[in-house]
Design a protein around this ligand. Structure first.
Ligand code: LR7
Ligand code: MN
Length: 452
């Protein structure tokens, strides 16, 4: 508590630049209660220096009652745009942004209360550097009493491999460091999504939003990856506070079903931005794999055009706290009804195939990140002789003769030579390595894991 008080006092003492750029506030809504919508607008107008609010653009996302928006349009500075059909928050926000005349955009949900001095600290950060995308601390408005309750300023946004947004406490060291000056901005890997300030030109340059995302969800993930990977940064500014009504369920219909739409939007973000790391998402949310996500060519093209960094960079530099899971790549290696099987052989033994029995045991193999095909501590090893080569189980080491690649077409190719695991001589010699030919049935394998 003492720290919170100290933060408030330090924030009060701050002096902001006199030449801050005015902003267009964009609020999209679908069937929002009039009272909360009004509370949002009134707080923007009352708690911001007048010259910094160019306009408030309300985008009515085809609410049942057009009058709700029209009534509010009577208020000074408020403009209302109404969609002809339900577009969802992404396309609605872009419509608002396109109509905006100020240099800086401020997005808010339709059930907020801006607190005193909320705007200047945000605008200053963006005015100093237009590649910063900044958020206030989001306080809580109780959904039962509508009371305003302060939240902790020691949080940042993150996620697990299910890609659902969550708040995370800063580490002890970070919090200790912040004691020196609790007003400094907090870099955040992810933004909650609804409340942020961004330079309008920068928003456009970065590709606005993915217009093929529907209704709700996933767009905050997408814009967060995009901002970081394409050279910008995301910050939470402790001296700026805005309350938000956190609700237990969506107070509106969800065309397409909430689970499906959320998975579709999330998949679009994962497919465009996460490179191979998307597999961890699919491992965490297997059902997502069955949800069609449409065409993403234009977003991939955007990523290429902006020369954005790989997801690996994001993980290492922006979100090192997110642990990359060990590959859960244990399974069977199948050829038709047969499975690669140790046949009980041990070190220096050959391997063969046996009818798949799906009880693991001698048929359980791990394909490691390095490309080893591993059973317990033994690895399939290419052993060369004058006459040719054979495949044996040997203790795993770091040698190249234990590296294999599961290639397109189902071949298991040795990484350094053009030979592939083959069953043509399996009766006599067990599995051998023969010249690769992806057309051969004896070289066609399927790696079947729990997740596939
Ligand atoms: O079809 C729709 N059309 C809309 O215009 C659906 C929604 N909306 C409007 C809606 O009226 C509201 O103003 O879009 C806004 C956001 O919808 P909410 O309030 O139902 O979303 P939320 O607060 O539950 O969810 C958070 O995550 C969303 C992911 O898509 C958005 O990014 C929200 O803006 C975001 N809210 C916040 O960041 C506030 C802090 C919450 C947290 C954590
Ligand atoms: Mn909301």
């Amino acid at each position: 508590m003492a720290l919170a008080r100290c933060l408030i006092e330090k924030c009060r003492k701050k002096v902001y630049r006199k030449d801050l750029p005015p902003t267009s506030v964009i609020i999209t809504f679908h069937n929002e209660a009039r009272s909360t919508l009004l509370r949002t607008i009134v707080s923007v107008l009352n708690r911001s220096p007048e010259h910094l609010i160019k306009e408030i653009i309300l985008v009515d996302d085809f609410s049942d009652h057009p009058e709700d928006g029209l009534e509010l349009a009577k208020i000074n500075k408020v403009r209302v745009i109404r969609n002809e059909k339900r577009e969802g928050l992404v396309r609605s926000r872009v419509r608002g942004a396109d109509a905006a005349i100020a240099e800086v955009l401020t997005f808010l949900d339709s059930h907020c209360e801006c607190n005193e001095d909320w705007l200047e600290p945000l605008l200053e950060r963006v005015a100093e550097d237009e590649t910063r995308v900044v958020c206030p601390v989001i306080d809580v408005i109780s959904m039962d009493t509508f009371q305003y309750i302060g939240a902790s300023a020691d949080l940042r946004g993150g996620f697990d491999w299910n890609l659902v947004f969550k708040w995370e406490y800063l580490s002890l060291e970070e919090r200790a460091e912040r004691h020196k000056d609790p007003t400094t901005s907090i870099e955040t890997p992810m933004i909650a999504g609804g409340l942020f300030v961004i330079n309008k030109k920068y928003f456009e340059k970065l590709g606005k939003y993915d217009m093929k995302m529907d209704v709700w969800g996933g767009e905050n993930l997408e814009i967060s990856f995009r901002v970081w990977q394409c050279g910008g940064s995301l910050e939470i500014i402790p001296c700026s506070r805005v309350g938000h009504v956190f609700r237990k369920r969506h107070p509106y219909t969800f065309p397409g079903g909430s689970g499906n739409v959320f998975a579709k939007n999330t998949r679009r973000a994962a497919e465009v931005w996460m490179d191979d790391y998307k597999q961890y998402y699919y491992a965490a949310v297997p059902l997502a794999k069955n949800i069609p996500f449409g065409n993403i060519d234009d977003r991939i093209e955007l990523r290429t055009r902006l020369h954005c960094k790989p997801f690996k960079w994001y993980l290492e530099n922006v979100y090192p706290q997110l642990a990359v899971p060990e590959m859960t790549n244990v399974g069977t290696i199948q050829q038709g009804i047969y499975c690669l099987d140790t046949l009980g052989h041990l070190i220096d033994g050959s391997v063969g195939v046996y009818q798949c029995h799906s009880t693991g045991g001698n048929q359980e193999w791990t394909i490691t990140k390095k490309g080893q095909i591993k059973h317990h501590d033994l690895c399939l090893t290419l052993v060369s002789f004058a006459k040719g080569s054979v495949v044996m189980m040997r203790v795993c080491d770091d040698n190249e003769n234990q590296r294999w690649e599961l290639r397109e077409g189902g071949i298991l190719k040795h990484s350094k030579s053009n030979v592939c695991l083959d069953t043509r001589y399996v009766q006599e010699h067990g599995i051998t390595a023969e010249l690769c030919n992806s057309g051969l049935d004896t070289q066609y394998w399927r790696f079947v894991t729990k997740h596939s």
